[in-house]
Every structure is written in structure tokens, then in C-alpha cells.
Design a protein around this ligand. Structure first.
Ligand code: NIG
Ligand code: FE
Length: 414
């Protein structure tokens, strides 16, 4: 049966055909239709336009009607970088940082990622699933309709597979579109402290073949950073991933620019994420590539580190994606509305740029730009309806508030 959403004060991010991404000056443009309707059937958008047009073709038979009551309709957020599956929280480290310790000092003491790994190894698959599902259900209410989720808090064969199986279960049991990323090379377990190569052997020769044969991952990732994994490790891992058909999405340039952007681009990465520390040559290698720079503003907010250079990327004609990095250590929130606010308030992006960066561009960063990220005939009916708001800029302006009234995923009212 067809469904029509009527009385939409403004339909946001409409497209006549799917674009790859939105880059440079185009990021300042946003297509919208005022006083609009949206029609979908079997979970797919079939028509949209001005209310007047719809009234002309109106056929009440066999049509379900949803009244937007003057609210706006946005395509669901795509959150292209998260660590949603985790065990426990790390507010102890949060307090330590308030008192003056740095993220690095905490990690050196065995805290940080290793702290989360220890907790996760002791948690059952079912418990992990329940915790992640609860977080995911909360994110749905906040407008997220697609999410990428990484492993990387397991750091043993068994625990990495456990995490990836939880992600698989979330894929099978929720209406959210999910992509899974294998991040076995997230941090060096204590046991391998003086033998990083042996850990890389474990990741490449033991974990990766099983991850691939069980179809547990769509992408592969590594934390390429001083004190974590080097450029050599990154090359080795991404080349191995390629052999198994896994494209890369990498953690690079969070604290230092050590060449991770170049290596990732050369090895065909879909996205390079973080980018708090960028040098001129990092911008150059992104030009003429198919790799999308992705910034994680809530990580900068939470850790008090610089924000990625969104405007400089845009001035260079590049696209920018914004994702949440939801994780217990550096971004304990996956609220994409807050990401939009940080983009505007802290990074001086305009509302149009922020909406492009959290919908079409993050859909590209998950390989889903043909099916998600905009209101376009043939794409999935994944969207949210807001309260009556004065303009689309209000979304980022009203930070900390939730203006979302209704959520539709795959054509189903959630
Ligand atoms: O993206 N930087 C690496 N990984 C995560 C944080 C991991 C943690 O602190 O638990 C990130 O920020
Ligand atoms: Fe991350």
C-alpha cells in the first residue's frame, strides 16, 4: 500500500537523481520543496513534490496518510563512523582528564582502548547485543537511519569475532541500514607490547581470513597514529584487506599527521576519518581521489582537541562528511543533531553544509549513496518528521533539544 506524508512545511535534501557526493561550493546548496508531500511504497520513495500537485492527483483509495502537521521532513542521518558495540563506560577516565591527565597519558597507563577491550572480553555476546540495541534504539529516535559500526574493542580473535557477530545480529534485527568494519588493529594488546609484528600477523593471518569467510565485515580499518600503528602496518593491513575484497575506512591524523591520508588514498580507501591534524600535502592527496574526508566533531568536543578543518577542505573543492564516532572513550554520544550543531557552532559550517555532510556525504562514506542520504525517487523511505520549526537552520541552532517527532525507516513508522 502507498503511503503519503502530507502537509510538510519543507521537504529537505531533495534530488532528481542520486549524486555521488556534494563537494566544494556545492556544499553550500541545499534543494528543498516548500509545502510538500512525500509518497512511498514497499519502503521505497515513489514520488514527492508540492502539495498542490498532489491534491491534483489525489487518490484516497488504498493510500495511508501521515499528516506532518506543518513539520519538516529530512532524510535520516547516515552516521558513517561509530564504535557502537562496547561494554561498560569510561567516566573514570573522563574525570582523570578533567583533573589534568591527557588521553595519551591515560592510554599509556593501560587505560583507553585497552580498558574497553578488557571489559568487552569479559562480556557475553548477548549482553553486548542488548547494550548496543538499546543505544541504537535511542539513536533512531534522534534521527539516525544508517550507521557504520566497527569492531576493535576485542583485540583477540574470539572477542573481535564476538563484536562482529553482534553487529551482524543488529543488521538482521533492526530497520537501520548497517555497515560493519573490522578494526582488529585498533590498539596493541599488552601481551604484544614488545612484539607488534606478531599482533599484526594475528590480525592479518588469523582474524582477517575468518572475518572474510564468515562475511562479518564490509570494510577494514586501522588506527594509524603515533603509539598505535605505523604507516608500514597500515600498508600491510590494507593490502591484505584488499585481497579479501575489503575496502578501507581509516582512523588517521587524530593527533599527528604521519602520512596516513596518503597511504589510505593510495590503497583505495573509501574514507579517511578524524583529520584533526592536517598538513598541506594531506589536502593535495585527497584531490582527484574517491576518498571522502570525514570529520568527527564530538570527539574534538569531548577530548578538547582541535576540530578538523572543514572549511579548508571545502575551499579546496573537496567533500566533507561529519560522523559521530560514538564510543565510550572519545565520544560517548551518537546524537547526530549535536554533530550538526557542532559543525555550525564550532566549525563555522553553514546549516546547508552540515546537512549535506551528515546525509549524502555520509551515505557515500558507507557506500550507500545510491540508496540513502536524500529524498529521491528509488531511494529508501528513511526520513524523520520534525515538530513545526521556523526554518531548517533551527535543527542545528536548537542544540541539545530533540525536535524530531516521527521516524520512518524502510517505509515503516517506528
Ligand atoms: O575514533 N581513535 C581511535 N579510536 C576511537 C576512540 C577509542 C577509545 O578511546 O576508546 C576514536 O576516537
Ligand atoms: Fe573512531
Amino acid at each position: 500500500m502507498k503511503t503519503v506524508v502530507k502537509n510538510i512545511s519543507e521537504l529537505i535534501q531533495t534530488e532528481s537523481s542520486p549524486r555521488k557526493w556534494v563537494a566544494g561550493k556545492e556544499m553550500s546548496k541545499l534543494n528543498t520543496i516548500k509545502e510538500a508531500f512525500l509518497e512511498y511504497e514497499d519502503g521505497i520513495i515513489t514520488s514527492f513534490g508540492n502539495m498542490e500537485e498532489w491534491k491534483g492527483i489525489e487518490n484516497w483509495n488504498n493510500t495511508e496518510i501521515i499528516d506532518a502537521d506543518g513539520g519538516m521532513v529530512f532524510p535520516s542521518y547516515c552516521d558513517s563512523h561509530t564504535h557502537l558495540v562496547f561494554a561498560g563506560s569510561r567516566e573514570g577516565e573522563f574525570v582523570d582528564r578533567i583533573k589534568g591527565l591527557s588521553y595519551k597519558e591515560i592510554a599509556t597507563r593501560g587505560g583507553g582502548i585497552l580498558n574497553s577491550a578488557e571489559k568487552l572480553q569479559q562480556t557475553s555476546e548477548d549482553e553486548l547485543y542488548v547494550g548496543a540495541l538499546e543505544r541504537l534504539n535511542n539513536l533512531i529516535k534522534l534521527g539516525t537511519g544508517a550507521i557504520e559500526i566497527k569492531s576493535g574493542y576485542g583485540l583477540t580473535l574470539e572477542a573481535e569475532l564476538k563484536m562482529l557477530r553482534v553487529i551482524k545480529r543488529l543488521k538482521e534485527t533492526t530497520e537501520v541500514s548497517i555497515k560493519s568494519t573490522f578494526l582488529g588493529a585498533h590498539a596493541l594488546p599488552k601481551k604484544f607490547k614488545n612484539n607488534k609484528d606478531r599482533y599484526m600477523d594475528l590480525v592479518i593471518n588469523e582474524m582477517l581470513p575468518i572475518v572474510a569467510s564468515e562475511n562479518l565485515a564490509d570494510y577494514i580499518d586501522i588506527f594509524c597514529e603515533k603509539g598505535y600503528f605505523t604507516i608500514e602496518d597500515t600498508k600491510r593491513l590494507l593490502e591484505a584487506g584488499k585481497k579479501y575484497g575489503l575496502q578501507a575506512k581509516t582512523h588517521v591524523n587524530q593527533f599527528n599527521s604521519i602520512g596516513g591520508v596518503k597511504t589510505s588514498v593510495e590503497l583505495g580507501a573509501l574514507s579517511v576519518d578524524h583529520l584533526e591534524e592536517m598538513e598541506d600535502h594531506d589536502f593535495e592527496v585527497l584531490k582527484n581521489s574517491n576518498c571522502i574526508p570525514t570529520i568527527l566533531p564530538s570527539c574534538s568536543f569531548f577530548l578538547g582537541i582541535p576540530y578538523g578543518p572543514a572549511n579548508k577542505l571545502i575551499e579546496n573543492g573537496l567533500p566533507v562528511a561529519l560522523a559521530s564516532d560514538y564510543n565510550p572513550g572519545s565520544s560517548p554520544s551518537g546524537n547526530m543533531n549535536f554533530i550538526a550543531s557542532l559543525g555550525c557552532i564550532q566549525m563555522k559550517m553553514t546549516p546547508e553544509q552540515v546537512i549535506n555532510a551528515t546525509t549524502i556525504n555520509t551515505a557515500y562514506a558507507m557506500g550507500m549513496e545510491k540508496v540513502l542520504g536524500s529524498i529521491c525517487i528509488g531511494k529508501k523511505a528513511n526520513f524523520f518528521i520534525t515538530k513545526e520549526i521556523p526554518s531548517y537552520a533551527y535543527l542545528a541552532y536548537s542544540f541539545g533539544d530533540n525536535i524530531i517527532e516521527k521516524v520512518v525507516l524502510n517505509g515503516k513508522l517506528i
